[in-house]
Design a protein around this ligand. Structure first.
Ligand code: HEM
Length: 456
């Protein structure tokens, strides 16, 4: 029996009664899809092949000697929690549509991927996602990328070692077109943050029973079927047991100084005083810096980051409909749109992103997010989120405005903000905040099954 990807019950992956097909699925799936892998330090290598046999041998070599399965990863996490040693590094592979073609799959076969966004590639979809013209992307991303190799670990040394080994195995016919490295940033509470200083990565679709069991679920159900991230791998020996996932990669540069000026100016123009000034940034993100959802509380509380909430009791007077987390997950509908975010921050900074220093000391560029997310459909998950939610000023109700964090496109519509948390009194029409996140390039990949990679 093929694995039922639509099963609503979270996967009890280490149950003694797990069926053989699901076991085979986990033994052939890449890690970091169903469950986030530790990747505090991360390197991404963007590669182009020029010889079919050598390209195939390179990927096969990585898969057979350096990659573990999703099941092995889950066992490592279980063993680590029980004090039985630390796990091994993460190595992942994504192949672009052009990569499949240049690994020798005829163009008509590549149509077996039924995601048209993947088949087009990111450059041909810029109009849909509102992206800058390709000529404005960083040079590496203007080229035709065939594959990305992802390397991650809790420590920098294993990443550096694997990077050197993998580059040493790159055949002379292939080219390293570009490389990114990212590393995690944390606030004093130990939570991961992004460059604007806000806790990130808290809300995720969970697929595994042990992860779901640890979450409170009075208001929000964090359990999602595998169908949100997995599809049969069309080129695998047995697509009913061998699965993969579409991976979107986008390099998103953040102008932190501009964002901090916007927070300050918005607080001024709304007349916010004292601790209430933090509400300005929270109205843009939908959470306070410490992760507290704005819809729940007028101020951050510093406790564990809550994710058991909805916007059902919020007409926009607490969290604006445009707030980033409300735009990208309205919670009362659209569960099938939710993807597994697996990004990492990039860039070094001299200042402390989590403190209250003035905007003047903040970076204006060279820092940002290596946005990555696994999808079962790029069309109806990533691209839909960007195009129909973040870039649409009329989602969720007309006149809402763009997503102030990631929205792209002309922001001529004026918007209003609640002057007092939870009260109907709104500000006079206010220009939308300027765009502070710039897309520098990216690509759509498919993270194939290990069975496929080993068969190359
Ligand atoms: C959540 C920041 C790009 C989709 C969040 C959160 C922050 C954040 C601070 C709250 C943490 C959490 O709820 O887990 C950023 C920044 C970005 C960025 C600074 C760019 C530099 C994107 C992109 C997308 C996206 C490109 C998709 C198109 C989401 C989603 C959530 C989220 C789906 C979770 C919402 C929820 O389930 O409540 N982001 N993000 N983000 N972001 Fe982003």
């Amino acid at each position: 029996m093929p694995v039922d990807l639509n099963n609503e019950r979270p996967l009890a992956w280490d149950s003694a009664t797990l069926d053989a097909d699901t076991k085979a699925m986990l033994d052939n799936l890449q890690p970091n899809i169903l469950r986030a892998h530790v990747r505090e330090h991360m390197t991404l290598l963007f590669v182009r092949f020029n010889d079919v046999a050598e390209g195939r041998a390179f990927l096969r070599g990585i898969a057979t000697t350096k990659m573990k399965s999703a099941r092995r990863h889950l066992e490592e996490v279980r063993d680590f929690a029980a004090g039985r040693g630390r796990g091994t590094p993460y190595v992942g592979i994504g192949i672009s549509k052009a990569g499949y073609r240049d690994l020798g799959h005829p163009v008509e076969d590549v149509r077996r991927f039924d995601d048209e966004v993947f088949r087009d590639g990111m450059k041909r979809r810029i109009a849909r996602a509102g992206d800058p013209p390709v000529e404005e992307w960083e040079r590496a991303y203007q080229r035709e990328i065939h594959a990305v190799v992802l390397i991650g670990d809790a420590e920098p040394e294993p990443v550096a070692r694997l990077r050197a080994e993998i580059l040493g195995e790159l055949p002379s016919s292939a080219r390293l077109l570009g490389e990114e490295s990212g590393h995690g940033m944390r606030n004093p509470a130990g939570d991961g943050i992004e460059h604007f200083g806000y806790v990130d990565g808290r809300s995720q679709p969970l697929f595994l029973k042990d992860e779901v069991d640890r979450e409170p679920k009075q208001h929000w159900d964090p359990a999602f079927p595998l169908s949100n991230v997995l599809v049969p791998d069309p080129f695998a020996p047995d697509p009913s047991r061998h699965h993969g996932s579409y991976l979107v990669f986008r390099k998103l540069e953040q102008n932190v100084r501009a964002f901090k000026e916007i927070e300050r100016d918005l607080a001024d123009s709304l007349g916010l005083k004292g601790a209430d000034r933090d509400r300005a940034g929270a109205m843009l993100v939908g959470r306070f810096k410490d992760g507290t959802p704005l819809t729940l509380k007028p101020g951050g509380n510093g406790g564990p980051v809550v994710n058991d909430f909805t916007f059902d009791a919020d007409d926009g007077s607490k969290c604006p409909f445009s707030g980033h987390v409300r735009k990208t997950n309205p919670r009362s509908f659209g569960r099938e749109v939710i993807m597994a975010r697996r990004g990492q921050t990039y860039g070094d900074r001299a200042d402390d992103p989590s403190d209250d220093s003035p905007p003047e000391v903040r970076p204006t560029g060279e820092v940002g997010l290596l946005f990555m997310a696994f999808n079962s459909s790029l069309l109806s998950q990533f691209e839909f989120t960007q195009e129909s939610w973040a870039d649409s000023p009329d989602f969720e109700i007309p006149g809402t405005g763009h997503d102030p964090v990631i929205g792209q496109g002309v922001r001529d519509l004026k918007v209003t903000f609640p002057k007092v948390w939870g009260k109907p009194e709104m500000s006079p029409p206010h220009a939308q905040v300027a765009q502070t996140v710039t897309m520098k390039g990216g690509e759509y990949f498919f993270a194939p099954s290990l069975a496929y990679l080993r068969s190359l």
